[in-house]
Design a binder for this molecule. Structure first.
Ligand code: ADP
Ligand code: ZN
Ligand code: ZN
Length: 676
């Protein structure tokens, strides 16, 4: 009798053993998917981790119900990579499996591609490629060529290189030339972007050059499309180049030579929810190490982790200080809106200077980007009479008002409420909306500039892939004058006719209770500023703030990354934060707040026995209840030299001891390693 140990898509740290019916014995292999029943009546698709003939010593061994693949869909390299993710990010391999495989992976029909279609396809691919050799940029600018040479030189001794190039220095052209070099050597390239909106723009550019050798992978594709990409990666003719967002690190690669992580500083590379809470840049570095590939990290505003490593000589470092065609970096004008408000000169969210800037740009038929880091109409609604504020029933947050459909939405659980006719507390009908969301910005702009065509790009307007594409295309082809958006518009989009960028309220970014607050504000504000004046001439940025004197604002204005980095690093070192220390947040969740309090205290005590004063908390996080579950957080600050294996083992042991108590029924414990 044969047995199969399988990985279930669950937060369980063991594999489970099933018996293999004789009919399957010949075909079942490590890496194949099987259907198994689990518990009383649950059925799961699991991955076979091991086939063996050691009968487990319990009586009730269930058989594998169905074998879905004749050839493995998970390669050995993927297994090792999954194992690393689970180990480093303290989650189960099953959770990694769930994130890694497209849900609808269907049994592969190997006969589907006949020899004839295969050859026809191959020809198509080579035609497409040859025809487009010329599309590789007209031989790079001098500065670009120098950077390109330096990168190649660095790669002779370094596995990882940081390309630190100001916005619009033409990093993409350098990537394209590098990609070409690697695929000419028969290697695969993975090109990671932080945002789906960006893949839309860069896909066009890459497709012109690489034709069908390019595959694209992200969550706005249908499951069937993602399955097709995954299967092609498993086939004998995988894509040479894969462009995708963070989840594409989980695709199978047979001969990876280079990973490009563009906009490496972007926090959206970190998966917040659910597990695995991995950082795609860091995971990509590990993937590259496992496959002996190079990694190029590109950005105008490096993350501290990466810049620090480059300064220490652990990564190669290549700089590009000029914009392509020597266009100057935008001029940033800081506008003190405290002052403007006092003098009653604001029109809604707009200062006179910003309004004038927009008006002039529109007169010259140039385009404008307005950035406000909050979607919806307003942060919250308040009864002017009694002060009542609608809050989510399930989470400890105020509800965001969306005027278009007159609804209140919880941005944590998605729950939607209709705005009541009158205040439930005092029965008056006298609501005011507080705070500024993109929807309100758009409404005000339409009143102030009735002839301008506006577009809005935020989570609410980009539910589908076609929505992204049409917003970006409409703006790129000048079918709209003003683009209003959240951080989505900050991330490396390239529009050639934008001369004015307005940052409506920089302060929300400067007042976050987070040690990375200034670093992130610098990234975001410098990036959005970088959207101005990209092709022909210098652009102008209007930065509205109530903290006009703060050092971070002047560092942004003078694009002084070094000053920002240096000041912040002193604090990071003093208070034991990354990149000097590693952080792990331990989260506990339970329906019963009081019980949770006790359990969190106990967990804190147990952790202190092992980790001593590296433990902080437990505390309530800023949002201390989500979807009716109360939350406590314990922070661990740990030396970089500590063994991740030992830390993981200690955490899981304490977790087990906690969960084994009957009093802890209903408690969930999970970890966020290197939280953002
Ligand atoms: P970055 O990614 O560094 O912000 P991009 O790669 O988006 O900058 O380049 C900025 C603009 O300059 C793009 O519109 C791009 O097409 C153009 N550009 C850059 N390098 C070249 C080149 N060598 N030849 C032609 N156009 C270029
Ligand atoms: Zn009221
Ligand atoms: Zn909620």
């Amino acid at each position: 009798m044969k047995y199969a140990d399988v990985i279930l898509p669950l937060p369980l740290h063991d594999t489970f053993t099933y018996s293999v019916p004789p009919a399957m014995e010949g075909d079942i292999k490590r890496g194949c998917r099987v259907v198994v029943s689990f518990g009383k009546k649950k059925i799961y698709t699991a991955i076979v981790a091991r086939v063996h003939d050691e009968r487990p010593d319990y009586a009730d061994i269930k058989p594998v119900s169905e074998l879905l693949d004749r050839t493995p869909v998970v390669t050995e390299q993927q297994f090792s990579f999954w194992q690393w993710i689970a180990s480093y990010y303290v989650c189960s391999v099953g959770e990694v499996y769930k994130a890694a495989l497209p849900a609808g992976l269907k049994p592969k029909d190997e006969k589907a591609m006949t020899e004839k279609t295969r050859r026809r396809r191959q020809n198509l691919i080579s035609d497409a490629f040859e025809a487009d050799e010329s599309a590789i940029s007209t031989a790079l600018s001098e500065a670009q060529q120098r950077a390109y040479d330096e990168i190649n030189q660095s790669f002779q001794t370094q596995k990882t290189v940081l390309l630190h190039g100001v916005t619009s220095s033409g990093k993409t052209e350098i990537y394209i030339k590098l990609i070409n070099k690697y695929i000419a050597e028969g290697k695969q390239v993975l090109y990671l972007l932080p945002e789906i909106a960006l893949t839309t723009q860069i896909t066009d550019r890459l497709q012109r050059v690489f034709g069908e050798r390019l595959g694209v992978y992200h969550s706005k594709f249908t499951d069937a499309q993602r399955v097709a990409v995954y299967q092609k990666q498993l086939s004998s003719e995988p894509y040479d180049i894969l462009l995708g967002v963070r989840s594409s690190i989980f695709l199978p690669f047979s001969n990876l030579g280079l990973i490009i992580v563009d906009e490496e500083h972007e926090t959206s590379y970190k998966q917040q929810e659910p597990a695995p809470r991995y950082h795609a840049r860091n995971a990509a570095l590990m993937l590259a190490a496992m496959q002996n590939a190079h990694t190029l990290l590109g950005t105008a505003t490096p993350s501290f982790e990466v810049y620090h490593a480059a300064r220490k000589g652990r990564y190669g470092y290549v700089q590009l200080t000029q914009r392509y065609k020597d266009v100057q970096l935008p001029e940033i004008q800081v506008i003190d809106i405290k002052e403007a408000q006092r003098k009653r000169r604001m029109k809604g969210a707009f200062s006179p200077a910003l309004l004038e800037g927009i008006r002039e740009a529109l007169e010259r038929h140039e385009q404008v980007i307005l950035f406000q880091n909050r979607r919806g109409f307003s942060n919250f609604i308040m009864c002017k009479n009694c002060g009542w504020i609608p809050r989510c029933e399930h989470c400890d947050v105020t509800l965001t008002y969306h005027k278009r459909n007159n609804q209140l939405t919880c941005h944590y659980c998605g729950y939607t409420y209709t705005l009541p006719d009158k205040c439930p507390a005092c029965e008056e009908k006298n609501f005011v909306s507080k705070g500024l969301g993109t929807e309100k910005v758009e409404e005000q702009i339409k009143v102030l500039f009735p002839d301008a065509v506006t577009l809005r790009m935020d989570l609410d307007t980009t539910r589908s892939r076609s929505a992204y594409e049409s917003i970006i295309n409409d703006f790129a082809t000048h079918n709209a004058d003003i683009l209003i958006g959240t951080q989505m518009v900050t991330k490396g989009l390239d529009f050639d006719n934008v001369s004015v960028v307005g940052i409506l309220d920089a302060d929300t970014m400067l007042n976050q209770p987070d040690f990375r607050c200034y670093e992130h504000a610098f990234h975001t504000l410098s990036q959005v500023a970088g959207r101005a004046g990209r092709r022909n001439r210098q652009g102008k940025v209007f930065l509205q703030t109530r903290n006009a004197d703060s050092p971070i604002i002047s560092q942004i204005v003078s694009n002084d990354y070094w000053a920002m980095f240096y000041n912040q690093m002193l604090e990071r070192q003093e208070f034991k934060y990354p990149p000097f220390y590693r952080l792990i947040n331990v989260y506990l969740r339970h329906r019963d707040n009081q019980l949770l309090g006790h359990l969190a205290d106990e967990m804190g005590d147990r952790l202190r026995k092992v980790f001593g004063d590296r433990i902080l908390g437990p505390d309530c996080p800023p949002v201390a209840r989500i979807q009716s579950l109360h939350i406590r957080k314990i922070m661990i600050k740990i030396e970089k030299s500590a063994s991740t294996e030992k830390v993981r083992a200690a955490l899981l042991q304490i977790q087990q001891a906690m969960l084994d108590q009957t009093a802890a029924h209903g408690l969930t414990i999970y970890y966020d390693v290197d939280p953002m």
